[in-house]
Design a protein around this ligand. Structure first.
Ligand code: NAP
Length: 437
């Protein structure tokens, strides 16, 4: 008997930076999302303040409304991307109490009302997920909540605010003072015109409360997060930290502290000196990262983009797919979805850069011959360094170390074969692949 694919009505509350990207992904990746979930995810409504604004090619004006209650009532899955405590909080609670699955990215709301909203979800037996609320695209809440649920997390340290990491990083690399670095960040769009929530630490404090609550299995109130921003960090502080082998990072820290049989949670947000070789020290620019220590897993590091429409929408979509699978299956639903038959690409056809070493007799014209062989095989050279010396019989020899641009493995092998055949080449050239580009 043919089975029909069920349709899930997804409503978006909010269609700004993140919401518009979620609408785009729902439209562009419709077939793939159906394969992942077993349902058609239909954008059934979009709730906003201003219904006259154009919402782009992926949102038909006919589904845009400012009557958000009504939208919630006809949704299967509610995706809240409006921000703020209210009306977002009331709408989420209304949806959860009506047995609807909810996805949100609203760190302020979740930090303030996680216990209440989780209880409403548990009572209705529905999923409430908010991966995007902490560190944007980085999958961190699910690993903490699920993957590490059988371990004991002892501490979490996170660079969870891209603006402040950008400002401190540029103070570190340029020697600029706080005001100057902040002004540059604002010019480049890394900081808001009103940077208070970022530089005074309120944004990071909300994320610290969420990380602490999930990681330490408690309900950690936002008011208890000790919060100091980065306004007081000076160029001199950065320079003297550097001289001592440290960098200053703005960290959200959640630690389990044991005193005898008593345990407590120490949760705080402040500028912190960390050793230059600590994994968090290498997190540059507006990137985020979270470093977790657990009793059995040891050290774990998660890094990625902490904000922006598409990166944040990626985390929202992950929650949405997981939620949709549950709604369709009444349980975890599809997990491995091998719906595509991807053949293995032959190794010769893989593309990468190469580092090639060629030993030659140091004669005129050799370099040109070698460069020509690379060109004949479509391999372009990025850099070439030559070191000269004498061989055992005191003849002048040279070692060429060549780095190529991206090329095919098969072409590089053919290049090496041909170079080996040149009269001035004294042994078979060797090569390694260059990664990280
Ligand atoms: P945004 O660009 O300001 O968009 C907010 C949207 O919500 C707008 O469409 C707005 O409608 C609508 N809205 C706000 N208040 C409303 C109300 N009272 N009634 C009806 N509609 C309302 O915000 P965003 O940057 O997309 O952020 C959305 C959420 O994601 C926030 O909770 C934020 O903290 C979180 N988040 C954002 C990022 C990021 O990089 N942007 C990263 C992580 C998490 P109008 O368009 O009509 O004004």
């Amino acid at each position: 008997m043919p089975t029909t694919t069920p349709t899930l009505n997804v409503v978006l509350l909010g269609c700004g930076t993140v919401g518009a990207e979620v609408a785009r992904i729902l439209a562009e990746d419709e077939a793939e999302l159906t394969a992942r979930t077993g349902a058609r995810l239909a954008l059934a409504g979009v709730g906003v303040r201003d219904t006259s604004k154009d919402r782009g090619p992926h949102v038909s004006p006919s589904i845009v409304t400012d009557r958000l209650d009504e939208l919630v009532d006809r949704a299967d899955v509610v995706v809240e991307l409006m921000g703020g405590l209210d009306p977002a909080g009331g709408l989420i609670e209304r949806a959860l109490r009506a047995g609807k699955t909810v996805v949100s990215a609203n760190k302020a709301l979740i930090a303030a009302r996680l216990g209440q909203l989780s209880a409403a979800a548990a009572e209705s037996g529905v999923q409430f997920s908010y991966e995007a609320a902490v560190a944007g695209a980085i999958p961190i809440l699910r690993p903490i909540r699920d993957s590490l649920a059988g371990d004991r997390i002892t501490s979490i340290m996170g660079i969870v605010n891209g603006t402040t990491n950008y400002v401190l990083d540029s103070m570190t690399t340029t020697g600029a003072g706080f005001e100057e670095a902040l002004a540059t960040a604002q010019e480049l769009g890394y900081a808001e015109a009103d940077p208070t929530a970022d530089v005074d630490g309120h944004d990071a404090a909300a994320k610290a409360a969420i990380l602490a609550s999930l990681g330490l299995h408690t309900t950690f109130p936002l008011e208890e997060v000790h919060t100091e921003g980065i306004r007081s960090v000076t160029a001199e502080d950065i320079a003297s930290a550097k001289a001592a082998g440290y960098v200053i990072k703005f960290l959200a820290i959640a630690e389990r502290v044991s005193r005898g049989a008593e345990e407590s949670a120490a949760v705080r947000v402040h500028p912190t000196l960390i050793p230059e070789d600590h994994p968090l020290a290498s997190v540059r620019g507006a990137f985020n990262a979270v470093y977790v220590q657990a009793e059995n897993a040891g050290e774990l590091m998660f890094m990625g983009q902490g904000a922006g429409g598409a990166p944040t929408a990626s985390a929202v979509m992950g929650d949405l797919v997981s939620a949709a699978r549950r709604v369709v299956a009444g349980g975890p639903g599809r997990t491995e979805t091998a719906d595509r038959a991807l053949p293995a690409l032959p190794f010769e056809q893989t593309r990468t850069r190469f580092a090639v070493s060629v030993a030659v007799e140091d004669e005129p014209g050799v370099l040109a011959d070698i460069a020509r062989v690379f060109a004949d095989h479509g391999q372009s050279i990025e850099s070439m360094v030559q070191t000269r010396g004498l061989d055992g019989e005191q003849r002048p020899v040279a070692e060429l170390r060549i780095i190529t641009h991206d090329g095919l493995e098969g072409d590089l092998r053919a290049t090496v074969d041909d170079i080996h055949g040149l009269p001035a080449v004294t042994r078979r050239p060797t090569f390694m692949r260059v990664g990280g580009n």
